[in-house]
Each structure stands twice: as C-alpha cells, then as structure tokens.
Design a protein around this ligand. Structure first.
Ligand SMILES: NC(=O)CC[C@H](N)C(=O)O
Length: 202
C-alpha cells in the first residue's frame, strides 16, 4: 500500500457521499463499496450513518455481510458512525426483527438511545487521540454504548454515556463527524489504515 490508503464507504444506505468527501479531505482515496469484489480492494472501510436495520438487511441481500465479518475478523480497519456504530457492535439491545450486525467491537449498544430525550442535537465532544480541542458532535437519533468489554478503549463520553470507542482496528462514534467541516476523526481513521498497511508490509 502506498501512503495514500484506499478506504471504502459501505454504500448500501445512509450518508455515503459525506464520508467520501471527508475521507478525500483526510488524504485517502475514497470509494463506495457494495459488493464483495469491491470490499476485497479496499484497505479500510467506513460504515456510514443511516438506518441500521436497512443497512443490515441490504448487506445480507447483497451477499456482503459474511465477507464484511471475515475482513473485520481479519483486522481490516473499520470505522462506524451512528448506524455504523450499531453495525460494529457485537450485541445490540432491542434489535428489530431480522437485524444483524457485522460485529467486531465487544460492546452492547442501545439504538436511538438519545432519541427519547432529544431527537437530534449538537455538543462539543473531547475525543481521545484527536488533538486540537473538542470536535463538534452531531447526534441524530444516536445510539450510545451501554457497556464495553475489557479490550475496548473508551474514547469519548457525553452526559455520562459512552459515545466513541476503539477496539484494535475498529473505531466507532455515536455522532457524525462527516456532517461537519472538521475531519479530524476521519484523519485519525486514515492514520489507522496507514499504520495497518505499514505493519502488514513489514
Ligand atoms: N443517524 C443515524 O445513523 C441513526 C441511526 C438509527 N437510529 C438506527 O438505529 O439505525
């Protein structure tokens, strides 16, 4: 892999375009991914925000769910925002019927958790590993992380709830940095993809 990683955005449903733009700003080559052949060609993957039940069902329909699980198990860097965070949870509370996840992060996530209190809101969030002050967290019917296993690093909390985590090469945020002009979290992820590529070519 050259210094410019190729990062896919799972393009089944959700805010794919915004992630493609954010990744390009973060000096990655960004591509939509729908099919297993496209997944095989990327160095890392973003799972966007949207509606997690729909993304789950379409992933099964497009035959990409098992390949996604295999690549995440194999250590491909992956970043999920909002619905994407839900997709990366090993377990979700109150899943809709037929809703599956890719998994990869040992956490239990509650869907629409902030929604009951506050449908959508913005808040300054300090994210460990992101330099230069808090990021603007855009929360839209956002999940929160109810509990995490020992291998999971908590990167941020809001109102006493965990909203950003990392486990190895998997990163997830409840909020949507792709909807702001501040792409520091995407840079952090692009750096994770670069570091993973460098480690593999040793
Ligand atoms: N902004 C979002 O991605 C919302 C996620 C949505 N509430 C879900 O459960 O999938």
């Amino acid at each position: 892999m050259s210094d410019t990683p190729v990062i896919g955005v799972l393009a089944l449903q959700g805010d794919v375009r915004e992630h493609l733009v954010a990744l390009a700003v973060a000096d990655a080559v960004a591509r939509p991914v729908r099919r297993p052949e496209e997944l095989a060609e990327v160095d890392g993957l973003v799972v966007p925000g949207g509606e997690s039940t729909t993304i789950s069902k379409l992933a099964v329909l497009f035959g990409v769910m098992e390949p996604l699980r295999a690549r995440v198990r194999d250590g491909m860097p992956v970043y999920g925002t909002c619905a994407g965070m839900i997709m990366l949870a090993d377990k979700i509370l109150d899943p809709r019927s037929g809703q599956e996840t890719i998994g990869g992060i040992d956490m239990i996530v509650r869907r629409n958790a902030f929604g009951r209190q506050n449908e959508s809101f913005e808040a300054a969030v300090d994210v460990r590993g992101v330099e230069g002050g808090p990021v603007e967290g855009v929360f839209i019917r956002a999940p929160w992380v109810e509990s995490v296993g020992a291998a999971v690093e908590v990167l941020a909390e809001h109102d006493g709830h965990v909203v950003a985590v990392r486990q190895g090469n998997a990163l997830a945020t409840s909020f949507h940095p792709e909807l702001t002009g501040d792409h520091r979290v995407h840079r952090l992820f692009a750096d994770m993809v670069r570091a993973n590529g460098a480690a593999r070519s040793l």
